[in-house]
Ligand binder design. Structure first.
Ligand SMILES: Cc1cc2nc3c(=O)[nH]c(=O)nc-3n(C[C@H](O)[C@H](O)[C@H](O)COP(=O)(O)OP(=O)(O)OC[C@H]3O[C@@H](n4cnc5c(N)ncnc54)[C@H](O)[C@@H]3O)c2cc1C
Length: 537
C-alpha cells in the first residue's frame, strides 16, 4: 500500500470488506482490523442481491465474474417451497425473481446465491489486490477516540497481546451486531430485540430425493414438532438449516451435532438419513436500527448500524449498499471538496432505508410464521396452509424494495416532479430518473457497443443528456462526465425528452434533473446542483 491509510475499518465481515473496496475505487487507502484470524468459516448470508451486484460491478477487477462462479446451479433460485416435512405434504410454492433475477430490462446484473464463507474470500482478494487496502487479521480494535481533527484507533494483536495505534481522519465501525464501537459511542438501538431464536446448522446430506424435482432457494418446513428452513448452498449436498427454538439458553446449548441430526431427520421425514454436521451457530432475530449512523468522524455500517431478520436476505445487502453511499462522500471530504451537508447526508439517506428494509424483512418472517400456524391448524383467521403461502408472495418478490428507495436529503435538488406510486412498494419498481432515485438501467449504445446506463457512472458525477443543448460544454465546466443519449426510449425513461439532462452521483443516484430544458439552464444552474450534491447548500 502506498501512503498512510486515510480510513480505518473495524471488522472484515462482508460489509467492512465492501467498504474497503469502495474506498479503493476512489483511490482512498484504508486499513481493516479483524479480530478473527481470517474470513468467516460459518456461513450466514447467501443472497448477494442484484443491487449489490451492481455495486460490485463498479469495483471491476473481475469481482462480479468470481462471485457469479459461486452461484447456485440453474433452477435452484426460482422458488420457495413450503412443506410440512420435506418428504411430507407440500403447502405451496412462491416464485422468486428477487433471488433468480428480475430480467435485464431492470438491471445488467443478476443476484448470486452462494454462502458467506465462499464469497468473503473473493472480496478479501479483490481488496488486497487493489493495492489500497491493508487487512490485519487477529487484531482487535480496543477503542476509537475522536481527537477533533483525526481519530486515534487503539488495537491489540490477539496472539501476542501487543498494543498499537493508528491515527486516521475517519473510522468505519463495521464490527457487526454486537459492535463495541457503537456501544462505546453510546448509540442506542431502536426497535424490537430477540424476535426469535434460531440455530444455524451447516451440514452435508443427500436431500435430492425430496428436492431434485422441485428445486428451490428455500424449503420452509413446519409441523407440530419442528419449524425451520433448509437452504441449499451449492446444489451438491451442502446445506444450511435454521432451527427455531424458544430462546432458553439451556435448550440452545443442547443443540449438539446429534440433536441437530435428529432435528434434520425429523424435518426431512427420513429417520435413517445420513447427516454430516459441519458447524453450528446460534443467532437471534432482531429488528433494530441504530439511532445514529454517524458521530463526528466515526460512521456505522452493516449490522453495527442495523439488524434485520434474514427473511429476504437484506442484512448484508443493505450494509454493502450503505458503504456504497458513504465511500464517495468520504473521498470528497478527504479531497477537501465536500460541503458541510455531505457527510450528514449518509445518515439522512441510509437510515430510513435500513429501517424500511428491517420492517419489511420482519413482515416476511411473519408471513412465514403464519404458514407454520396454518400448518398446525392454528392460524388466527383460520387460513389453510395453502392460503397462508399465497399471502407470503412478497418474500422473494421485492424489486420495489431493492431498486425503489428514494433519498430525500439536503444534497438532492428536487425537480418538483411527483413521487411514483407503485401498486405495491415492495414488489413493484417504477424506473424513474427523478432526483433521489437510483438512475434506472437501460441499454444504450456508446461507440457502437451496448452499454448499461449504470456504467455511465465511474468515479465522478455523470450528466446523461440529450444532444440538443450545450450540455456537454456545461458538464465539462464542472468536471462532470457527459453522456449524450440518442435513443428516444431511453430519453423518455429518464424523463429528459429531447432537451433535458440528469445529473448522476458516483453511487448511481440522481442528484438533479432538468426534464425539459426550455433553453434557460445555465452554467450557474448546473454548478449550483453539483455544489449542492457535494454538500454545499
Ligand atoms: C441465518 C442468516 C442468514 C442470512 N442471510 C443473509 C442473506 O442472504 N443476505 C444478506 O444480505 N444478509 C443475510 N444475513 C445477514 C448477514 O449475515 C449480516 O447482515 C452480515 O453478516 C453483516 O455483515 P457485517 O460485515 O456488517 O457484520 P459481520 O458479518 O458480523 O462482521 C463483523 C466483523 O467484525 C469483527 N469484529 C467485531 N468486533 C471487532 C473488534 N473490536 N475488532 C476487530 N474486529 C471486530 C467480527 O469478528 C466480524 O468478522 C443473514 C443472517 C443470518 C443470521
Amino acid at each position: 500500500m502506498t501512503g498512510p491509510p486515510r480510513v480505518a475499518i473495524c471488522g472484515a465481515g462482508p460489509v467492512g470488506l465492501a467498504m474497503a473496496l469502495e474506498l479503493a475505487r476512489f483511490d482512498v487507502h484504508s486499513i481493516v482490523f479483524e479480530r478473527h484470524p481470517g474470513t468467516a468459516v460459518h456461513p450466514k448470508a447467501r443472497n448477494i442481491n442484484t443491487r449489490t451486484m451492481e455495486v460490485a460491478r463498479q469495483w471491476g477487477g473481475g469481482v462480479t465474474r468470481r462471485l457469479r462462479e459461486l452461484d447456485l446451479p440453474e433452477g435452484w433460485t426460482d422458488q420457495i417451497v413450503y412443506t410440512r416435512t420435506l418428504a411430507g405434504e407440500e403447502y405451496g410454492r412462491v416464485t422468486t425473481p428477487g433471488f433468480s433475477g428480475s430480467g435485464d430490462h431492470l438491471s445488467p446484473e443478476r443476484p448470486v446465491l452462494s454462502s458467506q464463507d465462499r464469497f468473503e474470500p473473493v472480496l478479501l482478494r479483490a481488496a488486497i489486490g487493489s493495492g489500497k487496502v491493508t487487512v490485519r487479521f487477529g487484531t482487535e480494535v480496543i477503542r476509537a477516540r475522536d481527537e477533533h481533527d483525526h481519530v486515534r484507533v487503539d488495537v491489540r494483536d490477539r496472539s501476542t497481546g501487543e498494543e498499537d495505534h493508528v491515527s486516521v481522519p475517519y473510522v468505519i465501525a463495521a464490527d457487526g451486531a454486537a459492535s463495541g464501537t457503537r456501544e462505546r459511542l453510546g448509540i442506542p438501538l431502536v426497535g424490537r430485540a430477540a424476535g426469535s431464536h434460531n440455530i444455524n446448522v451447516h451440514f452435508r446430506a443427500d436431500l435430492a430425493p425430496w428436492t431434485d424435482q422441485r428445486r428451490g432457494v428455500m424449503y420452509w418446513v413446519a409441523d407440530a414438532g419442528h419449524r425451520g428452513v433448509f437452504q441449499p448452498l451449492d446444489g451438491a449436498g451442502t446445506w444450511l438449516c435454521q432451527i427455531s427454538y424458544d430462546g432458553n439458553p439451556v435448550v440452545r446449548d443442547s443443540f449438539s451435532a446429534e440433536r441437530c441430526t435428529a432435528w434434520i431427520r425429523q424435518a426431512v421425514g427420513e429417520p435413517e438419513l445420513d447427516v454430516d454436521v459441519l458447524s453450528i451457530s446460534p443467532w437471534v432475530m432482531n429488528v433494530l436500527v441504530a439511532e445514529r449512523f454517524r458521530v463526528g468522524r466515526v460512521f456505522l455500517v452493516g449490522d453495527a448500524a442495523h439488524q434485520m431478520p434474514p427473511t429476504g436476505g437484506f442484512g448484508m445487502n443493505t450494509g454493502i449498499q450503505s458503504a456504497h453511499n458513504l465511500a464517495w462522500k468520504l473521498a470528497a471530504a478527504l479531497d477537501g471538496v465536500a460541503g458541510p451537508e455531505l457527510l450528514d447526508s449518509f445518515e439522512h439517506e441510509r437510515r430510513p432505508v435500513a429501517a424500511s428494509n428491517a420492517q419489511r424483512s420482519f413482515d416476511n418472517s411473519r408471513s412465514v410464521w403464519a404458514v407454520a400456524q396454518a400448518g398446525r391448524g392454528e392460524h388466527p383467521d383460520g387460513l389453510t396452509p395453502r392460503e397462508a403461502v399465497a399471502r407470503a408472495h412478497r418474500y422473494g418478490n421485492f424489486a420495489g424494495m431493492e431498486f425503489g428507495h428514494v433519498y430525500d436529503s439536503a444534497v438532492i435538488t428536487s425537480d418538483g416532479s411527483p413521487l411514483p406510486t407503485p401498486a405495491d412498494p415492495v414488489e413493484d419498481y417504477v424506473p424513474v430518473a427523478r432526483p433521489g432515485h437510483r438512475a434506472p438501467h437501460a441499454w444504450i449504445t456508446q461507440r457502437g457497443r451496448p452499454m448499461s446506463t449504470l456504467d455511465t457512472v465511474r468515479h465522478g458525477f455523470a450528466l446523461v443528456c440529450s444532444g440538443v443543448r450545450p450540455w456537454v460544454a456545461l458538464a465539462a465546466e464542472h468536471d462532470v462526465r457527459p453522456y449524450v443519449i440518442d435513443d428516444p426510449t431511453v430519453r423518455t425513461a429518464y424523463g429528459i425528452g429531447d432537451t433535458g439532462a440528469v445529473l448522476i452521483r458516483p453511487d448511481g443516484y440522481v442528484a438533479a434533473r432538468w426534464p425539459h430544458d426550455p433553453g434557460r439552464t445555465t452554467a450557474a444552474d448546473v454548478r449550483a446542483a453539483v455544489q449542492r450534491a457535494r454538500g454545499w447548500s
